[in-house]
Structures are given as structure tokens and as C-alpha cells.
Design a protein around this ligand. Sequence first.
Ligand code: NDP
Length: 283
Amino acid sequence: MTARIIDGKAIAQEVRAEWKVRADALKARGITPGLAVIIVGEDPASKVYVANKVKACAELGLHSEHIVLSADTSEATLLEKIAGLNADPIIHGILVQLPVPKHIDSDKVLKAINPEKDVDGFHPMNVGALVIGNTLLPPCTPYGAMKLLEKCGVEIGGKHAVVVGRSNIVGKPMALMLLQKNATVTICTSKTVDLAKFTRDADILVVATGKAKMITGDMIKPGAAVIDVGINRMPDGKLCGDVDFDSAKEVAGWITPVPGGVGPMTITMLVANTVQAAERAAK
Ligand code: NDP
């Protein structure tokens, strides 16, 4: 079998067009959805991510503010900045690009963002809402992965979904979202004994470990939908996922490439969350 490739770029464009209609409807009422992105320090990868987020907002005609703070900014100054944005009516979404410098407590920062403006979905209140199945603003990467499955018509209810990785930003929320859609969910971690036993039983396999090409074709159930969240830079400078694409595509039914799979969806869902937050604020 050769897998159908899930084209994240094309699906992202389609989803962005859907959200543009909603953003335009708000603008017709005089409300322009606004996103503020704060970056502390000079991390080159973070600068690229932030630039892409601001660009995506501009493409949809959203208002965006790109706030650059120096690496030695105090925690108190950052919290003050967030408090100002929480109170600013033209800002509907606030995102602090992680990681922040070590002298700043990232938990404190995430908790300082008004949950209604928490477009990354990392505030404990939004995490709790996801746990009880009453999602307010879902974390962007797993939200985007779910959208890919939905757009490809992959059936989730009653299927066995295996999520490899349990981070707070990808693995755990992904597992909760799959559970919400009635999958039977298994979460695997670095401590899982005989990982392949679980991955080979997965109808839907989501991999988010940060370990390049660790899932090979022989670990995949024939016909499975494989969502590769990983982004790894190889010594030759090329990007690759946590799944060995060449061997996996011979076995899987559906597979996301890296790049061009989950990545474009993450930013798309950030824009979607910003529009959704603006819609809620407008009510
Ligand atoms: P973390 O490092 O926070 O978490 C990795 C998880 O993988 C941990 O739970 C770890 O287990 C588990 N793990 C590591 N090695 C193994 C193994 N050999 N077998 C089974 N499980 C293992 O990473 P993130 O979740 O933040 O990110 C994962 C990947 O996704 C990275 O490549 C990252 O760059 C990418 N990413 C991509 C995004 C996108 O937009 N496409 C957005 C966010 C992340 P344990 O808990 O036991 O240590």
C-alpha cells in the first residue's frame, strides 16, 4: 500500500479561507480580531515562528501587534505588559512565545493571560475545559492535527488512537481531543515497554516525541492514519519528522509529510482561535 499524503499546506489554505469569512463578518460589524504576540529575547527559531504568526494574521486582515522585549526583561515587566493587553479591547488573543528566558517563570506567565484571550490554549482553565470536554480555546497544534483528520474524512469514533508523547502542548491535549471524538486512546511515553506493540495496533497514530524518524514502517498497522507532529533538523540541514516517512508511507493509509503536514495547521488554528476569541468578545 502507498499512503495518501495529507497535504497540510492545502488544507491550511482551505481552513484559513473558512475563518476569513468569519473574520470578515466581524469586520463588517466594526470589530477587527486582534492578536498580540510577545517575544522575550533573541532565539532565532522563535523569531521565525513569531514572524510567521504575524504574517498569517496580516493575510487574513487581522490586527496584530508584535511586541519584542529584550532577553533581560524582568518577570514583573512581562506580567505588566500582559495585564495591559488583557485590558486592551482591540486585542482578542495574547500569545507569549515559548521558551521564555530562564529567570522568568513560564507557568506564572501563562496563568497571567486572561483565559478568554489565551489563544495558545495553555492556561490551566483552558486545559481544564478541554479535560471536561467543554473546550474554550484548544491548543493549536493538536487542534490542527484533528482538523487534518476531519478534512481527510478519517473516521475517529470507535477507532484505536495511539499518541506517542505526553507533553502538555501536544501529546496530552491530542489524546483528550481524540477521546472527545470517541476514539479508544492509548498514550505512550519514553517509559513505555515494547512501543511497537502499541503503535502496530493503532488505527490512528500520532507521534510527537522530537526523536527523528523513530517510528518506522514495521511499527505501523497497514492502512493506519499517521500524523507526524515532530520537526527535527537533520545534520544536512533538512527537516524531518518523528516518523520515517519513506518506510511508513508504504504501510500507512494516510500520512502527513514533514514539512508540509501539521506545521502549517498550527498557525492556521492560532488565527482561528483569535477570530473565535473576538467573536466571543463581541457577544
Ligand atoms: P516534548 O519534548 O515536550 O515531549 C516529548 C514527548 O515524547 C515526551 O512525553 C516523551 O516521553 C516522549 N518520548 C520521547 N522519546 C520517546 C520514545 N523513544 N518513545 C516514546 N515516547 C518518547 O516535545 P513536544 O511535545 O513539545 O514536541 C514534540 C515534537 O513535536 C518536537 O519535534 C517538536 O518540535 C514538534 N512540535 C511541532 C509543532 C508543529 O507545529 N508541527 C508544535 C509543537 C511541537 P516522557 O514524557 O516519558 O519523557
